[in-house]
Design a protein around this ligand. Structure first.
Ligand SMILES: C[S@@+](CC[C@H](N)C(=O)[O-])C[C@H]1O[C@@H](n2cnc3c(N)ncnc32)[C@H](O)[C@@H]1O
Length: 279
């Protein structure tokens, strides 16, 4: 570990010498020097003088002006407020804004799909980052919106052999559904459904699902949920997988691929680690 501190100090000093702020970031709370790779390209895009997005396993200078958009900014702040208490240093709150952008787009497409009497469902809500971002962006406090059911077992440690062996997102978990109820009270038509999936899915109303956010970090539970819910999808329903591509989510990726293939649907794979199906 001492090597990490020395390296970091050297990098900062070199940056200071050239009038630049350079630091070695942590990723998923791990110093990058502890990763297996030993070769790092410290200046990946020197040719393109455009804003760099360099978070959440995604580094690109591709346009991401959505981050500056006022409604998105408000949604992001509300979503991040759900995690802030989990981080001692607030500057370390994990930046997943591109994923949030995708989720907001997906929920918006589901709203526009116009599926009669349909509901939104999230399998795996944790502290409610994504659900908050979506509720805030689409003004669930003021406007008439579909019922949005947030499902989670609300146990920080779950005895599930299929769950991530090294869960990189423990800050997103909670065992306090009451606190979550209080938080979501200000939004209309949001319901918390505690319980273990797939069993708790029987508590959902018998209505079409226009938007499903799947984020259980557990291949077995995600597979069971997809099988249980697939009869509720309609043309235009959106299924968004949070953990298709992430390290540790390999078993989930196989489930998502098989689900798409078995149902003759195309899986859109995104560099954020998410994947998406339009039914
Ligand atoms: C990565 S977290 C969800 C993060 C959340 N979507 C967000 O936006 O912050 C995964 C959640 O899935 C829940 N979970 C895992 N397996 C479950 C199961 N079988 N039934 C219900 N919840 C489960 C965990 O309790 C945890 O809160």
């Amino acid at each position: 570990m001492i090597r990490v501190y020395i390296f970091n100090a050297l990098v900062r000093t070199i940056g200071w010498f050239f009038g630049q702020t350079i630091s070695v970031k942590k990723h998923n709370n791990k110093d990058i020097l502890t990763y297996p790779e030993k070769t790092w390209d410290l200046v990946p895009y020197p040719k393109f003088k455009r804003p760099l997005f360099n978070h959440d396993n995604l580094t690109t200078v591709n346009r991401h002006a959505f981050i500056e958009e006022p409604c998105f900014h408000k949604a992001r702040l509300a979503a991040e407020s759900r995690w802030i208490k989990s981080f001692k240093d607030q500057s370390e709150v994990r930046n997943i804004t591109w994923r949030l952008h995708t989720s907001i787009w997906a929920a918006g497409a589901a709203l526009k799909a116009g599926i009669d009497n349909s509901i939104f469902v999230e399998c795996g809500t944790g502290r409610g980052f994504m659900a908050t971002g979506i509720a805030e962006y689409y003004d669930f406090h003021k406007s008439a919106r579909p019922d949005f059911h947030l499902m989670d077992v609300f146990q920080k440690t779950l005895d599930d052999p299929h769950a991530y062996s090294n869960n990189p997102a423990s800050f997103a978990y909670t065992d306090d559904p009451v606190e979550l109820e209080m938080w979501f009270k200000k939004y209309r038509s949001i319901y918390i459904i505690p319980g273990l999936i797939p069993g708790s899915l029987s508590k959902l109303p018998d209505k079409p699902i226009s938007f499903l956010h799947m984020d259980l970090n557990s291949a077995g539970a995600e597979e069971a949920a997809l099988q249980s819910l697939k009869g509720s999808f309609r043309k235009g329903s959106i299924i968004l997988f949070d953990d298709y591509g992430g390290v540790g989510g390999e078993d989930q990726a196989l489930i998502h691929e098989a689900f798409a293939k078995d149902n003759n649907r195309e899986l859109l794979v995104m560099p954020t680690g998410q994947a998406l199906i339009v039914w």
